[in-house]
Design a protein around this ligand. Structure first.
Ligand code: KG4
Ligand code: ZN
Length: 344
């Protein structure tokens, strides 16, 4: 089927999100976020997220069908995030998608959230994505991937040894009293500030690290360095600290991503996940990829953070590639490996 109408359901964290695509055309992208309910705890509370998903599921589905101007009966396939993520949150999506697929008599695709982040780029660019290196940077994950075929073969080149990049943004923002989630807040106050004022450490970039862990990340060092600096400097300039912290993260991400391109000989890079919305990362990536003659693709900021369009997009690719649907009764897999793309 070349232009399947696919419904995608995403509930791995705090967004209840439903997307509808026809082939590679986005028809609806409804996102109900429970982020405000978690803000006072400084992070996502799993039980609150699960309950919010239950409440938001039906209204979001109805809204998405309305936006896309289609009926439930028109849907050719249902895709859902099967993992990784919070297990209780994932279960709401998987159970809803399974019920829908069964009721409609349509195939169900239980897919990987991380691969979905990468594949959403196909809604903006019509030419094939592969082969490409993918830098996947979200609140829960930071990895470098070699994507040979986003529907069947992704190889993990490296990952973070400690915090995810987004998690580091969230933790530093919390210490600075900037609220949750921290990435957008740091991005905002860093604009126009001096990114050279303080030299924060770049994790795993010593020459020995390039030998042993060339494509892995570590953000705990920069996090501790920023925390110490804040403690020792009561009258710190908020914007400069944010800009220098952000610069350290962005610099390492781009150094490692371009090293992966060079090592594999793949001259294409996709940056995906919530942190890909970061304005400084986008700007630095553009400059450095141009210099290295690497073709850069980053989804528009609104499609970088969690959404249902990305799930529908990967589902649509699975259908078009003729992949076998997932069996009825699939489970959520909270620690699904990034190399496992579809529940079979
Ligand atoms: O992909 P995502 O929406 O959810 C997960 O799968 O984790 O990523 C959320 C993460 C959060 O840590 C958030 O602070 C970060 O993405 N983020 C950003 C920006 N927008 C979202 N980090 C830096 N700059 C941004 N503009
Ligand atoms: Zn995500």
């Amino acid at each position: 089927m070349s232009q399947p109408l696919v419904l995608g359901i995403e509930t791995s964290c705090d967004e209840t999100a439903i997307g509808i695509v026809r082939g590679r055309t986005l028809l609806a992208n409804v996102i109900a976020s429970s982020v405000q309910e978690h803000a006072r705890f400084g992070g996502v509370v799993p039980e609150i997220a699960s309950r919010a998903h239950l409440e938001a599921m039906l209204p979001s589905l109805e809204q998405a069908l309305k936006d896309a101007r289609v009926n439930l009966g028109d849907i050719d396939a249902v895709a859902v995030t099967a993992g990784p993520g919070l297990v209780g949150a994932l279960l709401v999506g998987v159970a809803s998608a399974s019920g829908l697929a069964l009721g409609l008599g349509k195939p169900l695709y239980g897919i990987n959230h991380l691969a979905a982040h990468v594949s959403v780029d196909l809604l903006s660019h019509s030419d094939p994505i592969e082969p490409t290196i993918a830098l996947l940077v979200s609140g829960g994950h930071s990895s470098l991937l070699q994507v040979d075929d986003i529907t069947s073969r992704v190889i993990k080149l490296g990952e973070t040894m400690d915090d995810a990049a987004g998690e580091a943004f969230d933790k530093i923002a919390r210490i600075m009293g900037l609220g949750f989630p921290g990435g957008p807040a740091i991005d905002k106050i860093a604009r126009g500030a001096n990114a050279q004022a303080i030299d924060f450490p770049r994790g795993l970039t010593q020459s020995s690290d390039w030998q042993t862990r060339p494509f892995d990340f570590s953000f705990s060092g920069v996090k501790t360095a920023v925390a110490r600096y804040l403690e020792a400097t009561p009258d710190y300039a908020q914007g400069d600290v944010a800009a220098c912290f952000q610069e350290a993260i962005v610099d390492v991400l781009m150094q490692k991503a371009l090293a992966a391109c060079k090592k594999t000989g793949i001259d294409s890079l996709v940056i995906a996940g919530g942190v890909a919305a970061n304005s400084r990362l986008r700007a630095v990536a553009q400059l450095r990829c141009e210099a290295a003659q690497v073709r850069l693709r980053i989804p528009e900021p609104g499609l970088c953070t969690d959404n249902g369009a990305m799930v529908a997009a990967l589902g649509s690719l699975m259908v078009s590639a003729g992949r076998s649907p997932s069996p009825v009764g699939i489970d959520a897999d909270s620690s699904m490996s990034v190399e496992s793309l579809l529940v079979s």
